[in-house]
Design a protein around this ligand. Structure first.
Ligand code: HEM
Ligand SMILES: *[C@@H]1O[C@H](CO)[C@@H](O)[C@H](O)[C@H]1NC(C)=O
Ligand SMILES: *[C@@H]1O[C@H](CO)[C@@H](O)[C@H](O)[C@H]1NC(C)=O
Length: 547
């Protein structure tokens, strides 16, 4: 009875006074309508992927992001899904904002994406923003024709013949490794954090490989700059600030990829900007120095005048690209700088993590360490690390080779190979709509019982012996595959092996007393693009009788 007048009054009020409010409401609905549709209608009722198998336990707004975060392992919950739906080549899940995402599990699906249709997929824009802010746009973010061109330009640098020339450098750093281990024995009773150790060694190696410089020497201020300016921050400090930020720093990197917050006047931003600018200035000044050292008239002939000379990445880019005879083919100094940053980032922690897990595995499997020693002692390798190693000799150590591959299989340092479809594309008979996130993780292949057997979680180098050489190369996914396969894979294997020879020959590692954690109990950095122990990994080291 009394409702009618109330409604009447309300209607009148709305009609007479609140027309603007109603209009605003409609406008808001129009704007949020598509968002509402994207979040709550499309994924459940319209997406062509809705019939694929996959988890349903996502958050209603941010999809599986929270579950990934809570899992504590960068490969989870993905590996669990693969095992839950072992027959499915594609598993569907929800991304941030309930966007469509699929996890690729089958080898055939990997081939279709990474090889047959490689340029139908690009790095996801979110990821590009996240990383390009730090390393700029080098080969890692080039797409399509431009990517092909850059790969071609750099191919000869990564040819075996050129990489061989780096063996003396690697041996030199291997001896440095032994010095640091001796220091640990002298100063700390033989206890040390191997994450920090390998991080230092591999960064120094990448410094030489990419810039042709000792990074420690870049800490000095270039002449002519004012004291107290940004240029006084040492290279290593800048590098850490950018690539290994603390928790607050990590959070800011993530937020900044969604909306810009670097203008906020807080300490973490200040440090980031200072490190960002300093690192670029330091690299830029090395580029300028080396451009000046080279005579442009003869530069283009380099290294032909001395066929034995090994080119580092920078000298290669200056002679082939900066001084290219074809103006359209030239790279500017800032472009070269971004490539250098890309290589430093891509080639440093990955190899350090591989060495970390290898060392951990040696502590868990002393018999494996012994077999590597036996192989070394019966090989033709010089018994002393001061004598030159050859590429051939290094590659005539099949047990070391299989050990290396097994380390990379069980503890694969690279976590994600992420893409987004740039147009509709059919994979394994399923239409993948433009914009779909496509996630590949090497671990999804390595930890798949239908590919590697029921003992796939176990570290067992012997399994390689049982595998034929003709076995599908795609079973080993640590460096990915296809035209975007890791360009540094041969260099990285070489680096790993030279350092392992030094370790196996002269050192014995053991767990720190009381630490009985198995691999599965070691806390990992998560979320993370790399598989690494959180807070380092301490072990004990002692001298072994030399082989
Ligand atoms: C154990 C060590 C390493 C692992 C596990 C590894 C893994 C990978 C993977 C999985 C990719 C593909 C990423 C994608 O397509 O999304 C990749 C790309 C790349 N890696 Fe490595 N990498 C290692 C060492 C290195 C080293 C030492 C260098 C440099 C000398 C390097 C330079 C690169 C570059 C430049 C790319 C981008 C290639 C392109 O997009 O064409 N990596 N790496
Ligand atoms: C290159 O190396 C070979 C074999 O080590 C040597 O005989 C030759 O003299 C070297 N050439 C130059 C230009 O250094
Ligand atoms: C290493 O693996 C290969 C297969 O890739 C196998 O042929 C060889 O026998 C293995 N060698 C050792 C010593 O395990």
């Amino acid at each position: 009875m009394y409702l009618t007048p109330v409604l009447h009054q309300l209607f009148q009020r709305l009609w007479h006074f609140d027309v603007p409010l109603v209009l605003l409401g409609i406008l808001l609905l129009r704007r949020t309508g598509p968002i509402f549709y994207r979040l709550f209608i499309y994924p459940y009722f319209a997406s062509p992927l809705r019939h694929l198998p996959g988890p349903k336990n996502h958050h209603f707004l941010i999809g599986q992001t929270l579950n990934q975060f809570r899992s504590g392992h960068p490969n989870e919950p993905f590996v669990s899904w693969m095992r839950k739906w072992p027959e499915a080549p594609l598993i569907r899940y929800f991304d941030v904002g309930n966007g469509d995402a699929i996890l690729i599990t089958g080898i055939e699906a990997h081939k279709e994406i990474l090889h047959d249709n490689v340029y139908s997929f690009q790095k996801p824009p979110f990821f590009v923003k996240l990383i390009a802010d730090i390393v700029g746009f080098g080969i890692g973010f080039a797409e399509g024709e431009e990517h092909k061109k850059q790969r071609r330009s750099l191919a000869a640098l990564f040819a075996t013949k050129n990489l061989e020339g780096f063996i003396p450098l690697l041996q030199n750093k291997a001896r440095r490794l032994s010095q640091l281990l001796d220091d640990a024995i002298k100063n700390d009773g033989g206890e040390l954090d191997i994450v920090a150790l390998y991080s230092k060694i591999t960064l120094d190696i990448m410094g030489q490989f990419a810039l042709g410089r000792e990074l420690d020497e870049l800490t000095t201020q270039p002449p002519g700059t004012n004291k107290g300016t940004s240029d006084t921050m040492p290279f290593h400090a800048c590098y850490h600030e950018l690539f290994e930020p603390d928790r607050v720093g990590q959070l800011l990197v993530a937020i900044n990829s969604i909306f810009p917050i670097r203008w906020l006047p807080i300490e973490s931003n200040r440090r980031f900007k200072l490190a960002h600018k300093t690192l670029r200035n330091q690299i830029q000044s090395v580029i300028q120095q080396r451009i000046q050292e080279l005579d442009p008239n003869t530069a283009s002939q380099f290294p032909a005048e001395n066929p034995n000379a090994t080119s580092d990445l920078l000298i290669w880019m200056i002679t082939k690209k900066y001084y290219s005879s074809n103006p359209q083919d030239r790279w500017t100094a800032p472009e070269i700088r971004d490539q250098l940053l890309t290589f430093l980032a891509a080639g440093h922690q990955t190899t350090a993590d591989a060495l970390t897990w290898a060392t951990f595995l040696l502590t868990q499997h002393p018999s494996e360490a012994q077999r590597l020693r036996d192989e070394l002692s019966s090989s033709s390798l010089p018994s002393n690390s001061d004598e030159p190693l050859t590429y051939r000799a290094l590659n005539s150590l099949p047990r070391l080779h299989n050990f290396t591959r097994e380390v990379l299989r069980v503890h694969c340092p690279g976590i994600n190979v992420a893409r987004q479809a740039i147009h509709d594309v059919v994979i394994q008979g399923t239409l993948i709509p433009k914009g779909t996130t496509v996630l590949m993780q090497p671990a999804i292949i390595h930890k798949n019982p239908t590919i590697w057997g029921d003992d796939c979680d176990e570290f067992r180098p012997d399994r390689w012996e049982e595998m034929g050489e003709e076995d599908d190369a795609w079973k080993f996914a640590a460096f990915s595959h296809g035209p975007r396969i890791c360009i540094g894979r041969t260099f990285s294997m070489l680096e790993f092996k030279v350092l392992m020879v030094e370790i196996v020959r002269g050192w014995r590692f053991a767990r720190v007393e009381g630490d009985e954690r198995g691999a599965g109990e070691i806390k990992l950095v998560n979320p993370s693009p790399m598989l690494r122990p959180d807070g380092g990994l301490r072990v004990r080291v002692e001298r072994a009788e030399p082989v």
